[in-house]
Design a binder for this molecule. Structure first.
Ligand SMILES: Nc1nc2c(c(=O)[nH]1)N[C@H]1C(S)=C(S)[C@@H](COP(=O)(O)OP(=O)(O)OC[C@H]3O[C@@H](n4cnc5c(=O)[nH]c(N)nc54)[C@H](O)[C@@H]3O)O[C@H]1N2
Ligand SMILES: Nc1nc2c(c(=O)[nH]1)N[C@H]1C(S)=C(S)[C@@H](COP(=O)(O)OP(=O)(O)OC[C@H]3O[C@@H](n4cnc5c(=O)[nH]c(N)nc54)[C@H](O)[C@@H]3O)O[C@H]1N2
Ligand code: SF4
Ligand SMILES: [Mo]
Length: 676
């Protein structure tokens, strides 16, 4: 397919988005000219988002990197000159050999995430290579780590309802997820359910696109969702809206929970959450009385100091009411657990000679780079753009600007991180590679085979690691495995029967293949008790309250507003923020604020404002109205504006670590807002 100059080729979206859509790539004269949805895809059925509909513009963007570069000016200046791949690989590996000799391999840190969800290019050869080297490890904690750990204490893993079944739900709660922008096919399914009589409720801190589409929007104060979940359980128990038979058979701790939630009275919960008492009763009765209720738990509530516990608390609701047994009922935080690959075959931790190597939390990359006791002396960045996406961006930039830090960035574009690099390597797009794609929402597995030739001199992640391994003199066979061999190794997971019938051959023949996922109940969960744990002895042992509990956010300083910098509709994290088309579709970076708060500061709609705190400042445009509660301000989008960094919202975000999973606390920071 890569060799054919014209035609329409099946493909899959590589972006970090739950939907993982089937795509059709149109080529003319060897060039990708158009992307559309694949109507044959069983879940996404031909519909795709606006951003990927304009993916061809990104793939062919004139700014895209064509060849390797080396830095010629000061860090951050963006002055580079072209070099050959040979010189690039030699420069990197010479420097690394000397560093390993002088400081040991832990002086080198890979920094990566899911900028391309292909599992071989993300977790495969890169992990093998850095394991073999003995580099510092990276905790992949920036996205849903806190929520996944919290959900796991209740449910035993990232497992939930099959989204295709949710068309049968009669009540759908979008809890802290802006699904119209971030999980559009869950909205399509909910829309069908709604035609069959379902009600859609949104619980959010912002009247966003999803809230505007819902039947009922419940605004809540940030970081207080655990209290709301506990208040709902208070009423469910008090009014016998619970399913005692389900709890007896499938849960542990129901008597303790029954006692525990008595303290969360609707009045006290209303005072914490800002949700009126009557609405708490109305929601509890709607939920408890529903024929089948489904909760889609988003990332919002878990990007807080208390995010793990909050997600655990919400995850107790379908257990208390037995909605897990109703068709389409239950919950999804993530479904990645169903598709678990053979990670040790993929990442080969056995290649590591220093098992106890230090681990750096990716959320603390700024502080880690500024720590000079045992310094990180070299950073290798791929599939990620930490200068924009990581919290406390001023620290990150100060760290990246260290003259003695040897930084390599492998990307498709000269990102804000790349301008600090010593060597920049051009990456192929996902359409130019072979890789394996697993959704963390639906149950399908996909194979991407190259549909286009590499752009310029660009190379895939795995190709670059093969070159680096050879130049380092690492002769382990595992470091020269082909992409297809690694896919076969990863799919062969004796601990996951769901993937037993998924093979490379079938993927080649069929495109999307559905894993064989059995209903969760009746069945044994991977919690210690094998049941849903309303009471968790594991948590108790680790020093957490064993019952779901509300804990207020950490005091973040004397600033009047809680600041919620979310992602936006037309970018994917920072991807597309440097593509003209997408920036034009999104227009300006805004700050949503309440009219009363704006009036008190003389701020009007459309005014230029400065948002600041002790960590930094950021320039946005005011969007005044009643879309947020007083005391809360919300932005959308991980914007870039070149080197000035004026709209970089992460300049303001805390790099505190959440209660669980070493997670990020992007949404628990406080700010002041002034007119510019
Ligand atoms: N268009 C688009 N799609 C994307 C992405 C993108 O950047 N753009 N990013 C992808 C990635 S990596 C991820 S992780 C997902 C994230 O997608 P979502 O799960 O939707 O998560 P967020 O956008 O972080 O936040 C969701 C909502 O939580 C709300 N929120 C914040 N704090 C709280 C709170 O305390 N309580 C409640 N109830 N709500 C709160 C925010 O207002 C926001 O509307 O989307 C993926 N899809
Ligand atoms: N304020 C705030 N900050 C946030 C969030 C938020 O809600 N608010 N969300 C957080 C979340 S949930 C996440 S997941 C992170 C995401 O943060 P990142 O994982 O950094 O995601 P992107 O910003 O999309 O950057 C991915 C980069 O990978 C590059 N890339 C794509 N494909 C390839 C490839 O095949 N090879 C190589 N080498 N590079 C490639 C892209 O060009 C892009 O520059 O951001 C986090 N940051
Ligand atoms: S970003 Fe999400 S919605 Fe858009 S095409 Fe990719 S998987 Fe589908
Ligand atoms: Mo994410």
């Amino acid at each position: 397919m890569a060799n054919e100059s014209d035609g329409i080729f099946p493909s899959v979206c590589s972006l970090d988005c739950p939907d993982q859509c089937g795509l059709l790539v149109h080529k003319e004269n060897g060039r990708i000219v158009r992307i559309e949805g694949d109507p044959e895809h069983p879940v996404t059925q031909g519909a795709i988002c606006n951003k990927v509909r304009h993916m061809a513009e990104r793939i062919n963007d004139k700014e895209r990197l064509r060849y390797p570069l080396k830095r010629t000016g000061p860090k951050g200046s963006g002055q580079f000159e072209r070099i050959s791949w040979e010189e690039a690989i030699d420069t990197i590996t010479d420097r690394w050999k000397r560093l390993i000799e002088a400081e040991g391999p832990e002086a080198i840190l890979p920094y990566y995430f899911y900028g391309n969800m292909g599992r071989i290019g993300t977790e495969g050869l890169g992990s093998r290579f850095f394991n073999r080297m003995g580099a510092s490890k990276l905790a992949l904690s920036i996205c849903q780590a806190a929520g996944m750990e919290g959900y796991g204490y209740t449910m035993g893993g990232s497992i939930g309802t099959d989204p295709e079944e949710t068309v049968h739900a009669k009540l759908i709660i979008m809890w802290g997820i802006n699904a119209v922008s971030t999980n559009m096919h869950q909205v399509t399914i909910a829309e069908k359910a709604r035609k069959n009589g379902a009600t859609v409720v949104v619980i959010d801190v912002h009247r966003n696109r999803t809230a505007k589409w819902a039947d009922w929007f419940i605004p809540i104060l940030p970081g207080t969702d655990a209290a709301l979940a506990l208040g709902l359980m208070h009423i469910l128990f008090a009014e016998q809206l619970t399913d005692e038979a389900f709890m007896a058979q499938h849960t542990v701790g129901r008597e303790q929970l029954r006692e525990h939630v008595k303290t969360y009275t609707p009045e006290s919960v209303s005072a914490i959450t800002g949700v009126p008492v009557d609405d708490i009763y109305k929601l509890a009765r709607l939920y408890g009385g529903s024929e089948s209720a489904f909760i889609r738990i988003g990332n919002g509530p878990q990007h807080h100091d208390n995010g793990g516990m909050t997600t655990r608390a919400i995850a107790c609701l379908p257990a208390v009411t037995g909605h897990w047994l109703k068709r389409g009922g239950g919950a999804i935080k993530g479904n990645g657990g169903f598709l678990a690959l053979n990670r040790s075959a993929l990442e080969r931790p056995d290649l590591r000679t220093n098992r106890w190597a230090r681990e750096i939390n990716m959320n603390l990359i700024g502080s880690a780079l500024l720590e000079l006791e045992r310094p990180i002396s070299s950073l290798y960045v791929y599939n990620s753009n930490p200068a924009i996406v990581a919290p406390s961006a001023s620290k990150v930039r100060e760290g990246l600007a260290r003259e003695d830090l040897f930084t390599v960035v492998h990307d498709l574009f000269p990102t804000e991180t790349a301008v600090y690099a010593d060597i920049v390597l051009p990456a192929t797009s996902a359409f130019e590679n072979t890789d394996l794609y697993l959704s963390y929402w639906h149950h399908y597995v996909h194979l991407q085979q190259p549909v286009a030739a590499p752009y310029g001199e660009s190379k895939s992640n795995t190709e670059v690691f093969r070159l680096l391994a050879a130049a380092m003199g690492y002769d382990d066979e595992a470091l020269q495995d082909t992409d297809e061999a690694m896919i076969e190794q990863a799919l062969n997971n004796p601990n996951n029967p769901n993937l037993a019938a998924v093979s490379l051959e079938r993927l080649k023949a069929e495109g999307a293949v559905k894993a064989d996922v059995k209903p969760l109940f009746p069945g044994k969960l991977r919690t210690p008790s094998g049941r849903i744990e309303l009471y968790s002895a594991t948590m108790e042992r680790k020093g957490y309250p064993p019952m779901p509990t509300y804990t207020p956010l950490v005091d973040d300083g004397p600033y009047p507003f809680l600041f919620i910098p979310t992602v936006n509709h037309n970018f994917l994290n920072s991807t597309f923020s440097n593509n003209e088309k997408h920036v034009a579709m999104e227009r300006t970076p805004k700050l949503y604020m309440n009219s009363a708060d704006a009036a008190a500061r003389g701020i009007g709609n459309g005014d230029a404002i400065r948002v600041w705190n002790g960590r930094g400042s950021c320039e946005l445009t005011a969007a005044v109205g009643d879309d947020v509660l007083p005391g809360v301000v919300v932005s959308q989008g991980l914007w870039s504006d070149g080197k000035s960094g004026k709209a970089v919202v992460n300049a303001l975000t805390p790099d505190r670590v959440a209660d669980m999973g070493k997670g990020a606390t992007f949404f628990s920071g406080r700010v002041q807002v002034d007119k510019r």
